[in-house]
Every structure is written in structure tokens, then in C-alpha cells.
Design a protein around this ligand. Structure first.
Ligand code: KG4
Ligand code: ZN
Length: 363
């Protein structure tokens, strides 16, 4: 198949986004436009995403963002080969807004329509940015998901591990909240930890050496709460020390789980071709976590790939790209009666674990 130009739309959580992406016949890609409107300010007062507010906000801005994405790309609707939209997992109200808009565009233009799994968008981004070859290992760490996924091909995934309680971003957010830091909590905790005293507080490393590749973060959050209560009233220094202890412990847990995953990957596929560990999701912005994962990848013979931050967090370029990859792989288009799915595991075989880290529906 020749080159493909895809319009992508993303409304599964609290970002409204539209983008136009091109995939060339050789498999390389280019982002022609990438417009994202974050609803952060809208939800900040509530300390989390309010689904009804999110859906209403998507309705009011999506038309404009699609027009902007097309205008910026320099491609007219005529020049688009297909419309790709996130059809799950996510908040149903938001998903419906994106689906209705993209179905209307597909119907009016007669173009093919592709429903994309949001997680597949995250999973395939590294092929857009770095042309990564299959198979590779993905660590997705966001506000809604914490997963280790083997990416074998387009539409072909094995989930190796997931969280049995909170997602990692969620754990950062809850820790920030109990220490009276702002929302979203990840950047605030990272910032505070810079001034922390190493070793003042020690927290356990969840799941260390556990033969399953899963994660658990809620016990840690409880431990931080108990320490904070014992130290109240909290000085700035104590808050910084607790943030550092929390960040150190989650980083060690990720390191332990990823070391095991890389080992398992190496046993199955070898490392002769220098395979990749790819990280995605908002938590991948954390410098301590990045540095640790990078060092671990290198010592295990892997390349470490972290897409630029704006492509690690939610965006529509990844949805357009996943649509292009699916179309190039000859996967079927979707019918215009496609329904949104609030839950939609990438790996259909994987069993749901208790809680499995879904706060509302963020990914
Ligand atoms: O991928 P993302 O932008 O949104 C979804 O969850 O879909 O991820 C947001 C999450 C939030 O929980 C936020 O606290 C966390 O990523 N995060 C961080 C950092 N920046 C964002 N966590 C730790 N350190 C950071 N620097
Ligand atoms: Zn996401």
C-alpha cells in the first residue's frame, strides 16, 4: 500500500485532540498537525476528572479542533484516506462525542472509519517517533494504567503485567493530595522530592521479586499517610522527605518489575538485534523513573525509548498513527454503528485483575 494520510480524533478522557498524520509506504511517519486542548483547569478544583463536565467540554470544542488540525496540516478533507477515532477504553460520554463527530465526517465524505483502542495508540507511538521494529516491550504508566505489554505486531499484544490496585499516576496524585500538594500530583511530588533528604523515611518496595509481573501501589500510599499522620503538622522539609521516599520506592518497584520483564523478553527473543523498551504515559515524564529505566535497559542490552512528552501523554496523533498502521496492515475498517467501550483490554486473553488500576477511565 502507498502512503496514507489519516485524521485522528481523541476524546476518551480530559484531553480533546485532533491530528493529521501521514504514514509512508516504507513505514515511516510524519505528524502534519497535532492539536490538543487539555481540560486540566476545568477539573483541577475537583481533584480529578468529572465525566459529565469532560463530555460537555469535548462537545463544545471538538469541531473547532478538527478544523484547526486540518488547516494546520495543509491537507483538505479530500486528501484524507480514513478517519480514526478512539472508541475505548475511556469515559463513555467523551468517547461518544468523538465517535459521533468522526462518524459524521466519515459519512459525509464517504471515507473509511476506524475505531482505535486508546492503549494501542500509546503502544504504537514509538514506531511513529523512532521507527521501532516488532517485537518490543512497552511500559505504560499513566493516570489510568500501569501495564507491561509485549508488542508483537499491529493488533497483536500480550499483557505481561498490570496493577492489582492503583495506577502509578493515580498513586502519585493521591500521595500529592494527602500531602496537600496540587493536582496533577506527579509533577508536584517530583519537584518536592528534589529537596528531600535521602534515607530519612524508608518505604517498602512493592512486589519486589514477585514472579508475576504485576504492580501494586495502594499499600505504599497508605504507608505514606501513616507516616504523615505521625509527623503532623508537616514542615516543608518533611513533605519533601516523604515525596522522595515515595518516589524512590515506586522507582525501585518499576526497576525490579522491568528487570524481570527484560529478562523474560531476552530469553524468548534474544537481544542480538538490540530490542527496545518503550515507555509511554504521563508518569514517563518523571526524571528519576526515566533515568532508572534507561540504566536498566542499557545494562540488559536494550534500547530505551521515551517518545517526546507531548506524545507520551494523551493526543490524537497516536490515534491517527494507530489507524494508519491498522490500515497498512490490511485490518478491516469499522461499521458506522460501532459502539464505544469503557473497558477494552489490549490483550483479549488477559484476565482482569481486581481494580486493575482504572480510575474512571484514564489511560
Ligand atoms: O498519560 P497522562 O497525561 O494522562 C492519563 O492518565 O491518560 O498521565 C497523567 C498522569 C497523572 O497521574 C500525573 O500525576 C502523572 O501522569 N504525571 C507524573 C509526572 N507528570 C505527570 N507522575 C510522576 N512524575 C511526573 N513528573
Ligand atoms: Zn492515555
Amino acid at each position: 500500500m502507498g502512503g496514507l494520510t489519516i485524521l485522528g480524533i481523541e476524546t476518551s478522557c480530559d484531553e480533546t485532540a485532533a491530528a493529521v498524520v501521514q504514514r509512508r509506504a516504507d513505514g515511516s511517519g510524519e505528524i502534519l498537525s497535532d492539536v490538543v486542548l487539555s481540560q486540566l483547569d476545568l477539573h483541577a478544583a475537583f481533584g480529578g476528572v468529572v465525566p459529565e463536565l469532560a463530555a460537555r467540554s469535548h462537545v463544545s470544542v471538538l469541531d473547532r479542533l478538527v478544523r484547526e488540525a486540518l488547516a494546520e496540516s495543509g491537507v483538505a478533507l479530500d486528501g484524507i484516506d480514513a478517519i480514526a477515532v478512539t472508541s475505548g477504553p475511556g469515559l463513555i460520554g467523551g468517547l461518544m462525542v468523538g465517535l459521533m463527530t468522526s462518524k459524521a465526517i466519515a459519512m459525509a465524505t464517504g471515507k473509511p472509519f476506524i475505531g482505535v483502542n486508546h492503549l494501542e495508540g500509546h503502544a504504537l507511538t514509538a514506531r511513529l517517533t523512532d521507527n521501532v521494529a516488532f517485537p518490543y516491550l512497552l511500559l505504560l504508566v499513566s493516570g489510568g494504567h500501569t501495564q507491561i505489554v509485549l508488542v508483537k505486531g499491529v493488533g497483536d499484544y500480550e499483557r505481561w503485567g498490570t496493577t492489582i490496585d492503583d495506577a502509578l499516576g493515580e498513586a502519585f496524585d493521591k500521595t500529592a493530595k494527602l500531602l496537600s500538594l496540587g493536582y496533577p500530583g506527579g509533577p508536584a511530588v517530583e519537584q518536592a522530592a528534589l529537596a528531600g533528604t535521602p534515607g530519612r523515611f524508608r518505604l517498602p518496595v512493592p512486589m519486589r521479586k514477585d514472579p508475576r509481573l504485576d504492580f501494586s501501589f495502594s499499600g505504599l500510599k497508605t504507608a505514606v499517610r501513616q507516616m504523615a499522620e505521625a509527623e503532623a503538622p508537616l514542615s516543608h522539609q518533611t513533605i519533601a522527605d516523604l515525596c522522595l521516599a515515595f518516589q524512590t520506592s515506586v522507582t525501585a518497584s518499576l526497576d525490579d518489575r522491568i528487570a524481570m520483564a527484560l529478562d523474560r523478553f531476552a530469553q524468548r527473543f534474544g537481544t542480538g538485534s538490540k530490542p527496545a523498551l518503550v515507555v509511554a504515559g504521563g508518569v514517563a515524564a518523571n526524571r528519576a523513573i526515566r533515568a532508572t529505566l534507561e540504566a536498566r535497559s542499557e545494562s540488559a542490552g536494550f534500547r530505551f525509548i521515551a517518545p517526546p512528552l507531548n506524545l507520551c501523554t494523551d493526543n490524537a496523533a497516536m490515534i491517527a498513527w494507530a489507524g494508519a498502521e491498522r490500515m497498512a496492515a490490511g485490518l478491516p475498517f469499522d461499521a458506522l454503528d460501532l459502539a464505544p467501550r469503557s473497558r477494552w483490554p489490549l490483550d483479549q486473553e488477559a484476565t482482569a485483575l481486581i481494580g486493575h488500576g482504572r480510575r474512571g477511565a484514564k489511560a
